[in-house]
Design a protein around this ligand. Structure first.
Ligand code: MG
Length: 293
């Protein structure tokens, strides 16, 4: 199921996209009541999910998608997003010149960093480039997953049971600020630097770990093209390592990193400017489209 958060008549709903993609069906109409997507993700049982899916088939109610305003599936994450950095080989190679030789070659250990997201930007809304302080604005198409139950000392082979679902994130980055400080936190965390959506696809829709094409177009030009099977460190690895000694709380969002082809990797670099249209697509999830303000 493709879960969505949306506004109708100024009221916030959680719902499901109808199978034809034309309607937004509130979860409550399918017999499931949670206050928001985070509480649904961490509380819903597999039986409830199956029941929802059954009711959705053939259900003709809900709102036309054209009548609602989509929000990010999890508009207000309650924890910093955990991100993997430089987790594709081609992105590692293109990062060497800008970030240093330690990012290339064999990558034995993943890079983990946190990204503050006060409010995730919905598909269709503008990205604030903060051009008063940012000179090197960049895009990063990524697949992210949501943890459904507290994970502590999880073995990789059991990782699937901790994954609630998948969404698309654009890990918007201010390279000038990311590189200036020794930690990436600030350059990744400005208001509006986390476009997310358009939906959250429940984990049962994909094999595990998912093998999905991931692309990014800027102004219609293909910049990034890869597949989530090509992570240097995959979801089972990351969940096993992250949960080793630290509880990864239910509701945590983990973003798995971006392929090669970011603006920073071009010679000369091709950073974003006002008016640029960014389309991040992950097979089976959808397309996250935002224009730089
Ligand atoms: Mg990233």
């Amino acid at each position: 199921m493709k879960l969505i958060t949306f506004l109708y008549d100024s009221k916030e709903y959680i719902g499901v996209l109808s199978p034809d993609g034309a309607r937004a069906v509130p979860c409550a109409e399918l017999g499931v009541s949670y206050s928001d997507m985070l509480s649904l993700a961490v509380n819903i049982s597999n039986e409830e999910l199956t029941e929802m899916k059954k009711r959705l088939n053939g259900y003709t109610g809900g709102f036309q998608l054209t009548e609602v305003k989509l929000l990010a599936p999890i508009p207000r994450p309650d924890k910093d997003i955990i991100c993997l950095g430089v987790n594709f080989k081609d992105h590692a190679e293109e990062s060497v010149d800008v970030m240093g030789s330690e990012y290339g070659g064999e990558r034995k250990f993943p890079i983990y960093f946190a990204k503050r997201v006060n409010e995730a930007v919905p598909c269709g809304d503008p990205i604030n480039g903060h051009f008063d302080i940012v000179t090197e604005l960049d895009y990063e198409a990524e697949m992210a997953f949501v943890v459904r139950k507290d994970a502590f000392n999880v073995k990789g082979e059991n990782a699937a049971e901790y994954v609630f679902g998948y969404t698309i994130m654009n890990d918007v980055s201010a390279r000038c600020i990311q590189m200036r400080h020794k930690q990436w936190f600030r350059g990744k965390s400005f208001d509006g630097f986390a476009p997310m959506g358009p939906c959250l696809v429940t984990a049962d829709e994909f094999e595990f770990p998912p093998k999905l094409d991931i692309t990014c177009h800027v102004n219609g030009e293909l910049r990034q093209s890869s597949n989530t099977s090509l992570y240097i460190h995959n979801i089972p690895y990351a969940l096993e390592e992250l949960s080793n000694g630290m509880t990864i709380k239910a509701g945590t969002i983990i973003s798995m990193g971006t392929p090669g082809g970011v603006g920073m990797g071009f010679k000369p670099p091709r950073y974003l400017k006002s008016g640029d249209l960014i389309e991040c697509e992950v097979q089976g999830i959808g397309k996250l489209v935002n224009r730089v303000k």
